[in-house]
Design a protein around this ligand. Structure first.
Ligand SMILES: Nc1nc2c(c(=O)[nH]1)N[C@H]1C(S)=C(S)[C@@H](COP(=O)(O)O)O[C@H]1N2
Ligand SMILES: [Mo]
Length: 435
């Protein structure tokens, strides 16, 4: 491994960033790059930089920007990085996202409130799903009725938190500082939401579907929802939105929404309600908790970083942008110059399939086309691979860039600053040293 702690690494979220003294590590680092030039930089990295002429002058090499990661355990999980425990939020280190199907123990968790007692105890007594509002025939369905009366399907579906990548924004957005691991692709078993909605008879007045869930608000005030979001009725009636009771072949774990959750893939995972008790078909855009204000919204037009944006200038996020991760090797790995570097990762987009995947080892000066698999089903992530040798000894970065069916590709830089820090799909960069 490259020694990453050459100088103390400044944490991008630590307070007092702007007023740091000359001893502050990030200033030190910046000055040192400016003053010392590439030779000093190479010395710090412990390797020459073969493509130094391509390295942008403002760019801090990935190897210097890494941080030691403290791992603590969540019951039922392994190796997750805990971002907060009240509510519980934990992301997956990117190398643990290597599998085509994310094991449950490695799937991220994003809770807005408390896990309901029902889920912890797996107590189905008195539980049913109500479907009401703009429907001909309101329904109350037991889990058994759902399992018996509709066609069951199993699909691999990407869930990505809208705030995944938030840690990359400057100035920082408050909220959980997700890096890359607020995403996973698990197998879900359930029924198509549209099949169930059809038996309720959706009226032409239907505009939106809102979910109401059983998780208590953080304050435990019974009249408050932890979260109550939803999707336009067309998204609810498409061929991909599920009511799921199984994850990876087991009943949904308590943390992931037992006994029943929504999966509306390709959109911020906040629309995929866990611990469901009611689906409310509405004649207007659902206005539940975290549907209003700035929650899960982007400015309707580009804004300068740090701008305050009025609520009426914000629009609800729908499809999430194209993205990819490098799941092997881990950033910081060392490899012999004659050895083949076997790169692997996953790619996905809320706008349909990923159609091309490229990597660069010369700071974006040239790009190698990767092998890319078809998704197992729509909205599953896609395995990509690339094998190559690095031309000579030294410090390199691998940058990974996916392109989706609409022709959109991942930006090099963190895209469109927004007040809540959503939708950062900047390319994943890892450091590699050839020895
Ligand atoms: N009832 C309920 N549903 C919820 C949430 C929640 O806190 N309560 N969190 C949402 C958010 S913001 C995300 S990112 C996903 C996370 O799903 P996971 O914990 O299964 O990974 O669930 C969504 N559904
Ligand atoms: Mo989320």
């Amino acid at each position: 491994m490259i020694s990453l702690m050459l100088n103390p690494i400044h944490h991008p979220r630590s307070p007092g960033r702007e007023s740091a003294s000359p001893q502050a590590p990030n200033l030190e680092r910046r000055n040192f790059i400016k003053a010392g030039g590439f030779a000093t930089l190479a010395a710090a990295l412990g390797a020459p930089i073969p493509f130094a002429d391509k390295l942008g002058s403002g760019m801090v090499p990935r190897a210097l920007a890494q941080q030691a990661e403290a791992l603590t355990e969540v019951p039922g999980k392994r190796g997750l990085r805990i971002l907060g425990d009240r509510p519980l939020n934990a992301e997956t280190p990117v190398t643990l996202l290597d599998a085509d199907i994310t094991p449950t123990e490695h799937h991220f968790v994003r809770n807005n409130g408390h896990v309901p007692d029902r889920a912890t105890k797996m107590d189905l007594a008195g539980w049913s799903l109500t479907i009401d509002g703009e429907v001909e025939k309101p329904l109350q369905l037991t889990l058994e009725a759902l399992k018996q009366n509709y066609k069951t399907t199993t699909r691999a579906l990407v869930l990505e938190c809208g705030g995944n990548g938030r840690a990359g924004f400057q100035p920082p957005a408050s909220g959980n500082q997700w890096t890359l691991g607020g995403v996973g692709c698990a197998l879900y078993t359930g029924v198509l939401l549209k099949d169930v909605l059809k038996t309720a008879g959706v009226k032409s007045s239907a505009v939106y579907l809102g979910y109401i869930a059983e998780d208590p608000h953080l304050s435990r005030q019974p009249d408050k929802d932890a979260i109550s979001r939803g999707v336009p009725i067309a998204k609810a009636l498409d061929d991909h939105s599920l009511l799921a009771w199984e994850m990876n072949g087991e009943p949904l774990p308590a943390l992931h929404g037992w006994p029943l959750r929504l999966i509306c893939p390709g959109w911020p995972a906040s629309v995929s309600g866990k611990w469901l008790k009611r689906l409310w078909v509405r004649d207007r855009v659902h206005d539940g908790t975290k549907m209003t204000g700035h929650s899960y919204k982007l400015p309707k037009f580009p804004v300068a970083p740090g701008t305050e944006v009025a609520a009426e200038d914000m629009a609800i996020i729908e499809e999430l942008p194209v993205k990819s991760i490098i799941t092997n090797p881990a950033s910081g790995m060392e490899i012999g110059v004659n050895q083949t570097l076997a790169l692997r990762g996953q790619a996905w987009s809320g706008f349909g399939d990923v159609t091309a995947m490229h990597v660069s080892y010369d700071f974006g000066a040239s790009w190698i086309a990767c092998a890319l698999k078809q998704p197992r089903n729509p909205y599953a992530w896609q395995r990509w691979t690339a094998d190559f040798k690095l031309p000579k000894k030294g410090y390199y970065e691998i940058w990974a860039r996916a392109t989706d069916r609409t022709g959109k590709m991942q930006p090099m830089l963190v895209p469109g600053w927004n007040p809540e820090g959503y939708c950062n799909n900047a390319m994943h960069r890892i450091a590699v040293k050839a020895v």
